[in-house]
Ligand binder design. Structure first.
Ligand code: UD2
Ligand code: MN
Length: 577
């Protein structure tokens, strides 16, 4: 499935992007090599200035223009390749620390100007749009916990450099109780010298949801814009967002979120350009956000124009613009959400269900460094995500919450009190989740009439069929057996009416007629058809074989059907209605 792109917290480029990137880099290799020395110089100079080598003082505008014209590392958004093996011992230690602390290549980021130039990634049509000169003003709220200096400041500077001054009222930084020295006094001093920028601090670790709320309280502008602390704003990013809110304050907007490579800081431009390179947000029944291409009906509605706002069922969460007034009307966020996760779906569902519109704006591009792991500690809030998602389900999902709870084996844990949030939904007279699914996200697979669901337990011994289908590398992951853990998760399966063994958009498949692997569902039966028969066997008609646990109970395979325990499976059949 080529269309699987970037997961929040997990990052995948489609293959052809990688190729483009590679060839881009290859054609520049000569140049890069020449730059080898000067790159080190740059790094050394920064080192002399102290504080992790990156507390540069804001250069004047003229100097910044020079920076952009200069052919320095990372300019024009081109990635920087550093060969770790060629670094000195100390540099290697610094390089490794960068990855460790941040789950991206901080060492490379430190080499790149805080004002680096970027290509114009917008569709040419965007240039012809007149947004007028009377747009609402905005505050940009950037929250962070233990962020890298150069990455944080590049977020701040690209916002200031690339926003029309009259619309940018303030930039509000919220430090969510960071530990790093460079984010303490040095940051305060740096910020004091910047026009429009202020810094507030949480006095305990509050998690990203409450940190954003702290920032929002200080925001006095018409529009609140939230950004993660590792972004780069591109030319023209702001007016299209403001314009859409100016047209209707119940529009909630998301820019196109481009991928900044976590290793080279290459600013990836999506392959091909045009409207088909724009993705919209969805989710699965584990209540995790995912990306998918714009559905055909929506493409038709906007007549395939590459510059018109595109409706999106959900948002990724980190980068969006909302009218301050409307954010308040919608009850901002649920302040009992901890650390990370779920707030993006909460805001998405209620925007749609309570009368607003959520759109992606193809003419507004902002880059974000997608990481493969979460770099910071979650402290005592290890179960934060689950708690957030249960609160979300309780308040917004109506009976559909059952699909998520099945995943948890109905083990909800302590999720606190949601009365107030339910009252909010009542007060706003929001529509039902059924309405949302029918009208806003009809593409979603709804488990609805599953024939069977839950764990699939072997009759031979307490082993269950298990496979990972989330985040990275889920394509062609093997389906195997693992001791039953009763927690749902990777042992939760659902047999659809079409005899597919699924989890969300992922299906069992047998590419070779022996092994069983995870592929995206194609609804064409064949190698994805599995019948759960009365004799408790699971049968694939195309190969005329049955699902069997291997004799050593280490794996799973298709084999000729026989009447023995390793081919017998217990799965909960849905009682007839
Ligand atoms: C995505 C979103 C993120 C958020 C999250 C779900 C994008 C690009 N990113 O995950 O904004 O909606 O999904 O909750 O859509 N932070 C704190 N305190 C904490 C933890 C994080 O201030 O306790 C900051 C962190 O420094 C960063 C932001 O919150 O600026 C988002 O965190 P992330 O980058 O780890 O989340 P991400 O991009 O994986
Ligand atoms: Mn992020």
């Amino acid at each position: 499935n080529e269309d699987e792109r970037v997961g929040a917290g997990g990052n995948k480029d489609v293959d052809d992007e990688k190729d483009i990137k590679k060839s881009k880099r290859e054609s520049l290799r000569g140049k890069d090599d020449e730059l080898g020395d000067s790159k080190d110089d740059h790094k050394e100079k920064n080192k002399e200035k102290g504080d992790q080598g990156n507390a540069q003082i804001e250069p004047p505008r003229e100097k910044r223009k020079e920076d952009a014209a200069r052919n320095g590392p990372g300019e024009m958004g081109i990635g920087v390749d550093v060969n770790r093996e060629k670094l000195t011992k100390e540099q290697q230690a610094d390089y490794d620390k960068g990855w460790n602390d941040h789950a991206f290549n901080r060492y490379v980021s430190d080499m790149i100007s805080l004002h680096r130039s970027l290509p114009d990634v917008r569709d040419p049509e965007c240039a012809n749009i007149d947004y007028g000169d009377n747009l609402p003003d905005a505050c940009v709220i950037i929250i962070f916990h233990n962020e890298a200096w150069s990455v944080l400041m590049r977020t701040v500077h690209t916002v200031i450099d690339r926003s029309p001054a009259k619309y940018l009222k303030e930039v509000i930084l919220v430090d969510d109780f960071s530990e790093f020295e460079h984010l303490k006094q040095p940051l305060q001093e740096y910020v004091d010298k910047l026009d429009k920028v202020s810094l507030i601090r949480a006095t305990e670790r509050s998690g990203l949801i409450r940190a954003r709320l702290m920032g929002f309280e200080k925001c006095t502008a018409d529009v609140a814009i939230f950004l993660d602390s590792h972004c780069e704003a591109t030319e023209g990013w702001l007016p299209p967002l403001l314009h859409r809110i100016h047209e209707n304050y119940t529009n909630v907007l998301v820019p196109v979120i481009d991928v900044i490579d976590d290793s080279t800081f290459n600013y990836n431009r999506l392959s091909g350009g045009g409207i088909k390179s724009v993705y919209v947000g969805g989710f699965d029944w584990g209540l995790l956000f995912n990306w998918h291409p714009i559905p055909e009906v929506e493409l038709k509605r906007i007549e395939y124009k590459s510059y018109l706002p595109v409706r999106s069922p959900t948002m990724a969460g980190g980068l969006f613009a909302i009218s301050s007034k409307y954010f308040k009307i919608l009850g901002t966020y649920d302040k009992d959400f901890d650390i990370w996760g779920g707030e993006n779906l909460e805001l998405s569902f209620k925007t749609w269900m309570c009368g607003g519109t959520l759109e992606t704006i193809p003419c507004s591009h902002v880059g974000h460094v997608f990481r493969k792991r979460s770099p910071y500690k979650w402290g005592t809030k290890q179960n934060a995500l689950k708690k957030n998602l249960v609160r979300l389900a309780e308040v917004w999902l109506d009976d559909f919450k059952e699909y998520y709870y099945m995943r948890l084996n109905h083990n909800l844990g302590d999720f606190g009190d949601v009365t107030e949030r339910k009252a909010l939904r009542e007060r706003l007279h929001c529509k039902s989740f059924q309405w949302y699914l029918d009208n806003i996200y009809p593409e979603l697979f709804v488990p609805g009439n599953a024939i069977a669901s839950g764990e699939i337990r072997s009759k031979d011994r307490s082993m269950c069929i298990d496979s990972n289908t989330d985040t990275e590398g889920s394509r062609a992951d093997p389906v195997s057996v693992y001791p039953c853990h009763g927690q749902g998760g990777n042992q939760f399966w659902l047999l659809s009416e079409q005899d597919e063994m699924r989890r969300d958009e992922w299906c069992w498949d047998t590419p070779d007629g022996i092994s069983i692997k995870i592929f995206s569902c194609h609804s064409m039966k064949g190698h994805q058809e599995f019948k759960y028969r009365q004799d408790d066997s699971i049968y694939n008609p195309t190969t005329n074989k049955c699902v069997e646990m291997t004799w050593d109970a280490q794996g799973l395979q298709l084999a000729d059907c026989k009447d023995h325990a390793r081919q017998k499976w217990i799965m909960n059949r849905t009682p007839p209605k």
